[in-house]
Write a protein that binds this ligand. Sequence first.
Ligand SMILES: [Fe+2]
Ligand SMILES: [Fe+2]
Length: 269
Amino acid sequence: MSLNDNLQELIKISAPLWAGEAEVVRTFWDSPIRSLETDLLWLRRQCFKEFNGKGLGEHKDLGIFLGPLTEIIESFPKIDRDVSRHHVADLIETIQDEFTHYCLFADIYDAIRDENTPPLDPHALQIWDEDKYLTDMRIEQNHAHGEIGIRASHFTEGGYCTLFREGMRLKGRGGNDDLIAEACRVIYEDEFGHMLGGIVGLENEEMSAEDYALMTDLVVKQLRARIKMRNAEFSFPLSEERIEAIYNGDIEPEPFDFDKAADVMAAAH
Ligand SMILES: [Fe+2]
Ligand SMILES: [Fe+2]
């Protein structure tokens, strides 16, 4: 399998923005702003995304849990009539993956919180401004552009797994960092596949040059918004000026693992 020129171009344009998101997380780990309090804050926010994040084109915009769950229930009488069994299997896998991610981060939260901090209550979690901006953007694009919007939202899911890749690199530091590294290692494999959900099939498919131009435009808007979403999630380790510089390309692009992508996509066919 080889990726066509349009897809290679999309990846090339995305790579500096993926690197920007990685820089947010990597900077945070060793930043003076890092404390138990800021760790608990990002864990709460990440739990929110894994528990009830929205904007991936899920059923009726109901979020990562209730969207697929509702679709499964509604699909039951239509399985292998109007709805393929493989589609339903994919929905079940989505819930399984994302709820596991929620559990992994919630378990860390409860393991590291101090006695004055109550256990994690997912229903009390709240979105933050920069994440709401990204979510609203995705929902609007998904509705305005149909399949291309949804492909773009999937392709930017996890921002090429940056949080999870940078989290894995904490391995060996001991204590809370080892807990984070282990959770991120498990999630990394799932999220690599979720990102590719946006481009599986596009290597053979006839998508017009205009379609690619539109998808690229949507992806760039989302990836830019992701950097600000992550920066706020992690208590602003990067300055506004640094983010502007990243937007302008002043960064070493994140290398894309074409071999791993080829393996995952071949398995999906
Ligand atoms: Fe996830
Ligand atoms: Fe995911």
